[in-house]
Every structure is written in structure tokens, then in C-alpha cells.
Design a protein around this ligand. Structure first.
Ligand code: KG4
Ligand code: ZN
Length: 368
């Protein structure tokens, strides 16, 4: 890492780690206030939908075809040119590495051509700061990062300083939403479709397995629920039964997230006693789910934590969160060299992932 003097930042963010090609311009002033000047997200949903999930090769090709136009659209919407930027931030992992390389290479090219500092951003750090795009949320805070690829509870002490309190031992919550939605015949991406189907359903009509009940840690598990729900989906042939099953699945996922979050809150509160207000943030695609938000907000209230979630547009993958993560690093004088590498796996809390892998090496790092 190289050092540059701290100042106001105007940063172009680039995100290409999965199936969204995104670019955004974010301004961070010296007082730490963030303003999104533009945020453009080009979705590839139509290209992947026939396959029921993201196809890495199709994703990488689509990123190549659209990254330049999307970056330019972000600058036009912000009313700025490349010459107005103070830095470039690109997702460098974790994610589908073919796609990550596209955004990172484009970011390097802009940095080189314009003489700008580059920040190689951890996608998870982007989600971690995403709630700060909508509200002033000071460090430290307890974070539940819950998306299609990740599910973890983190104590976030400051920029790049995270400690993991728990994570999934198998699937991520978004993955469970997506796979159960698929079993119910819903279109990809399944999470939002399952939420719509669950409206008006009776969650008590189905009894689903409750995972890791006896364990006192903050780890998650969704694979048993996924298998049970997929089997039940075969027998749910009427619209009413499908609605009930969707509601039961959503309640089970929200319930497990709330239960483990409550446990993490107790740990976090003991560690941060007397350190000012306790804050809880939920971020990532699953944070867009109304039932999940409501359960977590209730848990936060019952334990004396302030509750925050990103504006809906910044829950799922976007580049504004990448630009902000980059801007926060640049403001501290941190940047990365132009030979920064794209990383398919990159745990936010690398020390904990190495010290305590759950199953085999790296297993917890990938989905956590
Ligand atoms: O953060 P994100 O866009 O990508 C990753 O980094 O994984 O999260 C995508 C995930 C998908 O699994 C999607 O189904 C889920 O977030 N998701 C939802 C909702 N909106 C997105 N899950 C449940 N309810 C929603 N409303
Ligand atoms: Zn994400």
C-alpha cells in the first residue's frame, strides 16, 4: 500500500464480481459525509435467466461488453469527467474471478491513464459500508452481512478492521432463498420472487427444521432447511400451499438470522460496554427482504441497539458502496499498486478465517 495525503474524495467505483456491471461516483467530504453523485447498475438477469443461475463465462463476457459505457454513464449522470476524479475504486474480489478481472483491469487503465490512485476493494467491505450511503453511521457497529454468496456476523471497528463473530457453515441465506425459490418454480433471482409469493401466505402451515439449535455460537446453517423445503415444494401443488410454504421458508430464514444476531449482540454489547451507543447494521441482498428487516429491527430494539440498513438500491450489488469503501481508504491515505490481483476468495477477516476454518480449509472463507 502507498500513502497519499487525506482530503475530500470524488471516486469512481466499479463493481463486476457477479452478475451486475455497475459504476458510480461518490463524494466523501472531509467530515466523512458521503454523497452518491451517480449510481448505474446494468443487470445481466435476462442473459442468465434461461439457465436458472449465474453462468460465469456469460457474466465475464457481458462485463467486458458493457463496463466502459456504464462507467461513462456514471460520469455523465454525475456531471463530471475523468479529470474531476481523485481516485478509482474497483472490486478486486471475492467473486467470479473472470468478472472481477474485467472491472479491476478497467479501473487500473483509468488510474494509469489519468494518474489517479487505485483502490482494490474487497466486495464485502463495500457491503459493510453500504448503510453509510444513506445515513451517518459512525464506527464501531455490529454487522450482519447477508447476501447470495455470504452470511456472516462481524464486529466492524473501523475502515478495514473487522472481526468475525459467526458465519455460515454451509449455504448463504440468499443461496437458500434462491434454491428454494427454484424448487417452487420461481424465476431467478429467487429471493425477491419468493418474498412476493409469501405475501398473504400462512407461515404456520408448514413445520420446517430449526438448525443448530443446541449450539451456543453465532454460526448459521441453511442446507437442512433447503433440502426439507425442496422436498415439500414437490407436494405444494396449489397456489395457496405454495404461498404458505414460501411464507414458512421466509419466516424460518428470518428467524434463524434474528436468533444468531441476538446472540452476537449479547457478545458485542459485553465487548463494547461503555463505548457509546450500540449500533447494528444489516447489509447485502437479503437485507432487501421486508420480513428479514422487520425481525432484525425488533431484535435490535429489544437489546438496545440502533438499527440501520442501506437504502434498498444499495442492498443488492452496486458500485456506490465500492466507491465509498475506496473513498474511505483514500481519505486515510491508503491506495493499492497497479499490479493488485483479482481474488476469487478474500475473507474480510482473513486472520479469523485462517485460524478457524469450519470444515475444510477455506470453506468458511468463501461463503462467510
Ligand atoms: O448482495 P447481492 O446482490 O449479491 C451477493 O453479493 O451475493 O445479493 C443477492 C442475493 C440473492 O441471493 C437474492 O436472491 C437475494 O440477495 N435477495 C433477496 C431479496 N432481494 C435480493 N432475498 C430475499 N428477499 C429479497 N427481497
Ligand atoms: Zn454482494
Amino acid at each position: 500500500m502507498t500513502l497519499t495525503p487525506p482530503s475530500d474524495q470524488t471516486v469512481l467505483g466499479l463493481e463486476t464480481s457477479c452478475d451486475e456491471t455497475a459504476a458510480a461516483v461518490v463524494r466523501l467530504d472531509a467530515d466523512g459525509r458521503a454523497e452518491v453523485l451517480s449510481s448505474v447498475v446494468g443487470s445481466q438477469i435476462a442473459a442468465h435467466a434461461p439457465f436458472g443461475g449465474v453462468v460465469p463465462e456469460i457474466a465475464a463476457r457481458a462485463h467486458v461488453e458493457s463496463i466502459e459505457a456504464i462507467a461513462e454513464a456514471a460520469l455523465v449522470q454525475a456531471g463530471l469527467g475523468y479529470g474531476d476524479l481523485t481516485g478509482v475504486a474497483a472490486t478486486a474480489g471475492p467473486g467470479l474471478v473472470g468478472g472481477v478481472m474485467v472491472g479491476l483491469s478497467f479501473g487500473k487503465a483509468v488510474a494509469l491513464a489519468r494518474g489517479l490512485p487505485l483502490v482494490a476493494v474487497n466486495h464485502l467491505e463495500g457491503h459493510a459500508v453500504s448503510a453509510r450511503l444513506g445515513a451517518d453511521i459512525p464506527y464501531p457497529f455490529l454487522l450482519l452481512l447477508v447476501s447470495g454468496g455470504h452470511c456472516q456476523l462481524l464486529s466492524v471497528e473501523g475502515v478495514g478492521a473487522c472481526r468475525r463473530l459467526g458465519s455460515t457453515i454451509d449455504d448463504a441465506a440468499g443461496e437458500a432463498f434462491d434454491k428454494i425459490a427454484k424448487a417452487l418454480g420461481l424465476p431467478y433471482p429467487g429471493g425477491p420472487a419468493l418474498e412476493r409469493l409469501a405475501e398473504g401466505g400462512d407461515a404456520s402451515a408448514y413445520v420446517l427444521p430449526r438448525m443448530l439449535l443446541g449450539r451456543k455460537d453465532c454460526d448459521f446453517s441453511f442446507s437442512g432447511l433447503k433440502t426439507a423445503a425442496a422436498r415439500l415444494a414437490e407436494g405444494a401443488t396449489t397456489e395457496g400451499r405454495r404461498r404458505d410454504l414460501a411464507a414458512a421458508v421466509q419466516a424460518a430464514i428470518a428467524g434463524q438470522l434474528a436468533e444468531k444476531t441476538a446472540r452476537a449482540m449479547d457478545l458485542y454489547a459485553r465487548e463494547h460496554a461503555g463505548a457509546g451507543g450500540l449500533r447494528f447494521v444489516v447489509a447485502g441482498g437479503v437485507a432487501a427482504n421486508g420480513a428479514v428487516r422487520a425481525e432484525l429491527e425488533a431484535v435490535a430494539r429489544s437489546r438496545g441497539f440502533g438499527f440501520a440498513a442501506p437504502p434498498l438500491a444499495y442492498c443488492t450489488d452496486n458500485a456506490a458502496m465500492i466507491a465509498l469503501a475506496g473513498a474511505e481508504r483514500l481519505a486515510l491515505g491508503l491506495s493499492d499498486p497497479l499490479d493488485a490481483v483479482a481474488r476469487p476468495r478474500w475473507p474480510l477477516d482473513a486472520a479469523a478465517a485462517a485460524a478457524a476454518p469450519t470444515h475444510k480449509a477455506g470453506r468458511k472463507g468463501a461463503k462467510a
